[in-house]
Design a protein around this ligand. Structure first.
Ligand SMILES: NC(=O)c1ccc[n+]([C@@H]2O[C@H](COP(=O)([O-])OP(=O)(O)OC[C@H]3O[C@@H](n4cnc5c(N)ncnc54)[C@H](O)[C@@H]3O)[C@@H](O)[C@H]2O)c1
Length: 349
């Protein structure tokens, strides 16, 4: 068992342990005085794991209800949140009770947002079951939903009571989502950890998944502990995301998955950084090679004017400029502000 402490305003632990899914009841009883719990999950994950989580909570003396939505990003919206509120209110959850997020990043973001807002905020525990959620989205307290106008436009910072990661759940995760999660895994090597980047290149990361999860959440923990609300350093976690989001947007958020779009975004941004003299030559080729090793795409058919236009709607734009995350070299990242009207020129490479 690995325990990683997160020192945010409201501190909490991340537990990485095979089989921890069956221990949720003891953690809930130890960490809270909840008498009721609502498990939020999706239509793929619930048939696989909901009963185990429910049994464990009931064994610890909690009364349990659940809310299961149809899997997929398309359901990450305010209608689903309204459904969760109904389930919470109908079951009579009070301020002392808890929500359990059992699923991927969509589930964690929505259950977390419901927890942040129901009764002006109640506790929640994350049980991430996708690779992306285990290495990234379950840590750091960002919660929210998509609006018709764009992704993650409504949300709140709300730290969980604990994050329980059971790597065994990855055995049922479809291969495409394993590949997708590797986009964010490679990002951590790029922005903060050259040794980890080398490890990903020299070894088969998927055979040592617990080590991969531990390194990624440790890097994220360090960053969010220093900058909980993304006033500075936390922006580095967005490496590859400005152009990645643009690619996702141009594909109506259905043509390409998030991690795959981020992989292309990292390669394009490293190439732009090299061309502008910020990034050590050869860096983009190294990222390209590593992404290919884990079956991630590295090119896009969208042209630079279209990418720049789509990127301008990014949340990181403000005051006529956009903060880009660039690398000096592998493992060493920084932010660089570019006026919006120079973005297209900057990324052409
Ligand atoms: N809050 C943050 O800091 C943060 C960071 C990165 C991404 N995100 C968000 O995360 C979301 C993407 O996360 P995701 O890719 O996990 O999406 P997801 O929750 O839709 O899960 C991906 C797919 O895998 C299935 N699945 C999950 N675990 C499974 C398992 N163990 N076995 C079988 N199937 C399983 C799901 O049903 C779904 O079909 C996006 O909405 C993104 O905005 C949030």
């Amino acid at each position: 068992m690995k325990k990683i402490h997160v020192g945010t305003g409201k501190p909490y632990d991340i537990i990485i342990e095979r089989g921890v899914l069956d221990e949720i009841g003891s953690y809930a009883a130890e960490l809270s005085s909840a008498q009721k719990a609502c498990i939020v999950s999706d239509s793929n994950v619930a048939p696989l794991y909901l009963d185990r989580v429910k049994n464990s909570l009931e064994k610890a003396g909690l009364a349990v209800t659940d809310f299961v939505y149809e899997a997929g990003e398309a359901r990450k919206n305010l209608n689903t949140i309204a459904g969760i509120y109904d389930a919470l209110a109908d079951f009579g959850l009070t301020r002392k009770d808890i929500i359990i997020a059992l699923g991927g990043g969509v589930c964690g973001d929505m259950a977390g947002f419901a927890a942040a807002t129901y009764l002006r905020g109640i506790d929640f525990i994350q049980i991430p079951t996708s690779l992306l959620a285990q290495v990234d989205s379950s840590v750091g307290g960002k919660t929210g939903v998509d609006l018709p106008q764009g992704k993650n436009l409504a949300g709140a910072f709300h730290q969980p009571l604990a994050v329980l990661i059971d790597p065994d759940t990855l055995q049922t995760l479809p291969q495409d989502f394993i590949t997708d999660g590797m986009g964010e895994v490679i990002k951590y090597g790029c922005i903060k950890d050259a040794d980890f980047f080398r490890f990903l290149r020299e070894e088969n990361a998927l055979e040592q998944i617990e080590r991969v999860i531990e390194v990624c959440v440790s890097v994220k923990r360090d960053v969010v502990s220093r900058d909980e609300k993304e006033a500075g350093e936390r922006m580095l976690l967005n490496f590859g995301h400005t152009l990645g989001h643009a690619i996702e947007k141009l594909g109506n958020f259905s043509a390409i998955s998030h991690g795959m779009a981020v992989a292309i975004g990292m390669v394009l941004m490293a190439r732009a950084g090299e061309k502008q003299g910020f990034t050590e030559p050869g860096t983009a080729d190294q990222i390209c090679e590593l992404c290919r090793k884990y079956s991630l795409p590295v090119t896009t058919d969208y042209d630079f004017p279209a990418l720049a236009k789509a990127a301008m709607g990014d949340k990181k734009t403000a005051g006529g400029g956009i903060s880009l995350v660039l690398l000096r070299k592998i493992g060493d990242s920084f932010t660089h502000r570019v006026p919006l009207d120079e973005l297209e020129q900057f990324i052409i490479s």
